[in-house]
Design a protein around this ligand. Sequence first.
Ligand SMILES: NC(=O)c1ccc[n+]([C@@H]2O[C@H](COP(=O)([O-])OP(=O)(O)OC[C@H]3O[C@@H](n4cnc5c(N)ncnc54)[C@H](OP(=O)(O)O)[C@@H]3O)[C@@H](O)[C@H]2O)c1
Length: 200
Amino acid sequence: MKIGLIGSGDVGQALAHGFTSEGHDVKIGTRSPRENLVSYSDASSFGEIVVIATPWSGTKAAIDAAVAGNFKDKTVIDVTNPLVMRENGPPELALGHTDSGGEQVQRWLPGAHVIKAFNIVGNAFMYKPEFPHGPPTMFIAGNEGDAKVAVTRILTSFGWETIDIGGIEGARLLEPMCILWVLTGVRSGNWNQAFRMLRK
Ligand SMILES: NC(=O)c1ccc[n+]([C@@H]2O[C@H](COP(=O)([O-])OP(=O)(O)OC[C@H]3O[C@@H](n4cnc5c(N)ncnc54)[C@H](OP(=O)(O)O)[C@@H]3O)[C@@H](O)[C@H]2O)c1
């Protein structure tokens, strides 16, 4: 498939590597197009699936530059976390409980099918995480069934178990999991972690 990435940073590069390795065609968007990087609007118009991977503070500007109409009827993977960085201590969420970044992205892109995914793990493990006890779990949230099927297919190929937790309001639960992931890393000094659902 054709994948457009809005964001050329750590997440954009990690996911681009994953998509390319799985045989997809990728265009990575940036504010400063140059060799191998295109404009946000070129990336969004190219992608059959579009991934948003920008810092929360720049996400609205990035979506505006990518042009909302280019996302119409497309599956949009929202990897963002609505973080407010602090000088002393882990980041905090800019919003939560009654709203989420995922819902805000869906409001900014009303014609798109926004699926929250990949936001609960560090970029180093987004593709082929390969943990010793088997695939870790990626929770996804979004309003449209076919889009969730498409994202689940991608996650499976990337080496994840997927659990669908329902509508995009589920991002209210998934975004705090990012803080949990960061806190466990800070406190243990070990960043080689991912969540996994256990069952019996
Ligand atoms: N890093 C992780 O491991 C991780 C894991 C899970 C979720 N996330 C979330 O994923 C998102 C991306 O994380 P990242 O680490 O890849 O971030 P990053 O490296 O800082 O992202 C840089 C990208 O964002 C663009 N950008 C920055 N400010 C912008 C602005 N004001 N307007 C438009 N574009 C702007 C940059 O544009 P230029 O190319 O023009 O510089 C670049 O393409 C964040 O929301 C983060 O919370 C990160």
